[in-house]
Design a binder for this molecule. Structure first.
Ligand code: TYD
Ligand code: MG
Length: 464
């Protein structure tokens, strides 16, 4: 009988120790260690047999200037949003981890992209769904492609045998949690399995120059953090996010060795697959004829794209002893801060009110520039007075009630103008007084009226 080797792994970050620990020394999380059987009998050999003898390549040091620089070769996908998120197409030989919650649409998006890549051999490996299920989905997407191959298998040994026969130009793995290498003895989905299987595909990608997409599931809290431990191994990490109850999805770059991490793709889930959304602002603002109170429009930047979104607030008399604060898509602590600022600077009594904040479209916004719009939506609901037509906001609110400058103000103003807004309220620190009316100043460039304010009291007086 072969010797069984065991180790303990942190489920949060993948830290490995020989004995159980209460707290992970790497990520400081408590109670995250689990025992796994690892059996590294012949650790050197792996599922991916080297094409060439690894001794050929001597590891001697060389001068950097001796290395000829070559443009990375990029494979252009049919999906423009995906190309952009990847930094201008898919770099050959790169490994891309796509993480997202179950049911968000990862399989759909990558099946769709694989099918749309014509004249290239694409291998889609599924360990989760049967051939019939994938066929049904492909029928629904209604794309035909003769160079698209399907393999429902979880053992990396068999997968690599098939890969050697087929020699694909692109490999999509759905999902990395279902993979299993015979060289490790723990069950699929365990940290040591995920890590080893991903490492095999990493070696495969680098040696054959074949790009690989690894799809991985994460939970809302990131608790079963399987894919998280892969982040440092892969070249690119994409996160697919959104609320399952809404149609909009955001594909975000968290890490990219071949491009910027501020790129962002927006999709809409339709009954025939994912549709790239090229002008997101128009759908995120509900066009209403009659004005309602508690609604304000924020000019935000997501990644590097300007986006106008609707903030909805509801302020009601509290019926219970403790007033409620509920947010969806906005940070609860920021809401509490804004309420405290309004209480202290404006004398509004939110202490006896229930407060609800909702960001339209199920989006989650971290850009602090939406503060001002949230604050105005709160005031509008508190006063039960609709805000004037065609006005939007961009500004961060500080603790003393000052409106602080935000970045990329020109882009925000330009987007608001494009969508037909007549006024935008921004911080006076963004457009200092000295520049007013000067030729070439921000104000002069736009037809939209740019109103600058320094404090929340001024905004209140201006609006109500
Ligand atoms: P899926 O791609 O299976 O998600 P994941 O791989 O991230 O778990 O998507 C699941 C959901 O997508 C499912 O609820 C059905 C829906 N869907 C559509 O709305 N339109 C479509 O064309 C397809 C194929 C799926
Ligand atoms: Mg899936």
């Amino acid at each position: 009988m072969s010797k069984v080797k065991k180790a303990f792994f942190c489920q949060n970050c993948g830290y490995e120790t020989v004995k159980w620990l209460g707290q992970c020394p790497s990520c400081n999380q408590w109670n995250t260690f689990v025992e796994e059987i690892i059996q590294k009998e012949n650790a050197k050999s792996n599922g991916w047999q080297h094409y060439h003898d690894s001794n050929d390549r001597s590891n001697k040091t060389i001068q950097l200037i001796e290395i000829r620089s070559s443009e990375e070769k990029r494979l252009l996908m049919a999906d423009e949003e995906l190309n952009r998120v990847l930094g201008g197409g898919l770099v050959t030989g790169s490994v891309i981890l796509v993480a997202g919650e179950p049911g968000i649409g990862k399989s759909t998006l990558f099946l769709q992209n694989g099918l749309k890549l014509s004249n290239k051999i694409v291998l889609y490996i599924s360990g989760e769904e049967s051939e019939q299920q994938i066929k049904m989905r492909a029928d629904r997407l209604n794309i035909h492609n003769e160079s698209f191959y399907l393999l429902t298998e979880t053992s990396t040994q068999i997968i690599f045998q098939e890969i050697k026969k087929l020699k694909p130009d692109l490999v999509i793995i759905d999902s990395v949690q279902t993979l299993q290498t015979p060289y490790i003895d723990s069950s699929p989905g365990s940290i040591s399995q995920i890590r080893e299987c991903a490492a095999e595909f990493q070696r495969f990608a680098k040696e054959t120059n074949t790009p690989v997409f690894l799809i991985g599931h994460i939970t809302k809290e990131g608790a079963i953090a399987g894919p998280k431990i892969l982040e440092h191994m892969v070249d690119t990490v994409l996160q697919f996010e959104g609320d399952r109850h809404y149609a909009y999805r955001i594909l975000r770059t968290l890490k990219n060795r071949y491009g910027s991490t501020s790129e962002l793709g927006i999709y809409e889930m339709t009954d025939t697959g994912m549709r790239a959304v090229t002008n997101p602002s128009e759908i995120l603002i509900t066009q209403k004829e009659d004005q309602l109170s508690g609604i304000a429009i924020a000019a935000t930047i997501e990644g590097i794209r300007p986006l106008l979104i609707e903030i909805q607030a509801l302020v009601t008399q509290s019926v219970y002893g403790t007033p409620q604060r509920t947010v969806s898509g906005f940070d609860l602590r920021r809401l509490q801060l804004l309420l405290a600022v309004l209480e202290k600077r404006g004398g509004f009594h939110f202490g006896i009110k229930d407060v609800f904040i909702n960001i339209a479209g199920g989006l989650k916004i971290e850009d602090p520039s939406i503060d001002l719009a949230v604050l105005c939506a709160l005031l509008s609901s508190y006063e039960d007075t609709p805000l004037p037509h065609h006005i939007c906001f961009a500004g961060e609110v500080g603790l003393s009630g000052e409106i602080r400058a935000v970045n990329r103000i020109d882009q925000r103003i330009a987007e608001a103008e494009k969508l037909g807004f007549e006024k935008i309220i921004v911080s006076k620190y963004n457009l200092p007084a000295g520049r007013h009316g000067q030729k070439g100043s921000t104000r002069q460039k736009f037809n939209i009226e740019v109103v600058t304010m320094g404090r929340v009291e001024e905004v209140y007086r201006y609006l109500f």
